[in-house]
Ligand binder design. Structure first.
Ligand code: DAK
Length: 257
């Protein structure tokens, strides 16, 4: 792995993926996204991992897809390169993904963050979809996810002007879960990951799938899936253990079964 670094922690079972192209502000070139896809696929299958954190460095989460790699391409070349499989892996990952963001999260960087499940931001974080300034538009879900996350008027403003949103504003509009001082964003993300890692991985996975469905479908379909997944938890040992432990006033021991 040249452009990302993966570390796994055993207790709690949390994996950290760091984007590692610091000189280019972690611009997301094809190789980086292929490495990301492979790492996410492996971590998703790894029973020793329950939550994944993805982060950049203090200066940048990612300043977008690699403009230098795209600049000369024709529409057909862009289509044939087909980056969709690499980008899609982020949303296909079943385990929860927390983005820990400091500095720039722009263009594809912001779309990447919005595809994650929760976002912890440093007070220095800046979010934006500046593609309009490059004569293009967001291509990895920015017009869809940003609109759902922050509402139509603000999404229009950001996408049509390319303005940035500060961490505080991003918090106000519901794009991020929490804003913390810049020394604390990774620590805070790890605390959140630990809390989730101690819960039933079966229930966590089904809850994540259900919430995402509410984002991606009409209410009726989302509610049907949610109900089905709710019933499905009742076939897990974890649900039995969780409810039994509550009644017995003790801490549950979840086994992921
Ligand atoms: N691509 C390539 N290189 C980049 C880059 C990027 N997105 N952002 C920064 N860099 C490079 C700079 O070129 C510079 O390299 P050198 O000149 O030193 O070789 C180095 O990183 C440091 O950048 P600056 O010198 O510009 O640093 P500043 O602090 O002055 O400015 C900045 C920071 C973040 C404001 C500025 O770098 C900037 O505006 N960057 C571009 C931001 C941007 O426009 N992002 C959107 C890119 S378009 C899709 C998937 C994804 C996408 C589309 C489709 N599919 C799956 C279909 C996504 C598209 C995009 O993201």
């Amino acid at each position: 792995m040249e452009f990302i670094k993966v570390t796994e922690q055993k207790e709690p079972q949390v994996a950290l993926i760091e984007l590692n192209r610091p000189k280019e502000l972690n611009a997301l070139n094809r190789q980086l996204m292929e490495e990301m896809r492979d790492a996410l696929q492996q971590l998703d299958k790894n029973d020793d991992v329950r939550v994944i954190i993805i982060t950049g460095n203090e200066q940048a989460f990612a300043a977008g897809a690699d403009i230098k790699q795209m600049a000369d391409k024709t529409a057909i070349e862009m289509l044939m390169i087909d980056q969709i499989s690499t980008w899609d892996q982020i949303r296909r990952t079943k385990k929860p993904i927390i983005a820990a963001v400091s500095g720039f999260a722009l263009g594809g960087g912001c779309e990447f963050v919005m595809t994650c499940d929760m976002v912890i931001a440093s007070e220095t974080a800046k979010f934006g979809q500046p593609e309009i300034k490059l004569g293009t538009i967001p291509g990895a879900g920015g017009t869809q996810r940003l609109t759902k996350a922050i509402g139509k008027a603000k999404a229009m403003e950001l996408v049509l002007t390319g303005r940035f949103l500060s961490a505080e504003e991003a918090h106000f509009y519901g794009l991020v879960n929490k804003v913390v001082p810049k020394e604390m964003y990774l620590y805070e993300a790890i605390q959140l990951a630990k809390e989730i890692a101690h819960l039933s991985p079966v229930a966590v996975q089904l809850a994540k799938e259900s919430i995402n469905r509410s984002f991606e479908t009409h209410l009726d379909e989302g509610l049907t899936l949610e109900r089905k997944n709710f019933y499905l938890t009742f076939s897990s040992e974890d649900q039995k253990e969780g409810m039994k432990a509550f009644i017995e006033k003790r801490i549950p021991e979840f086994k992921g079964k």
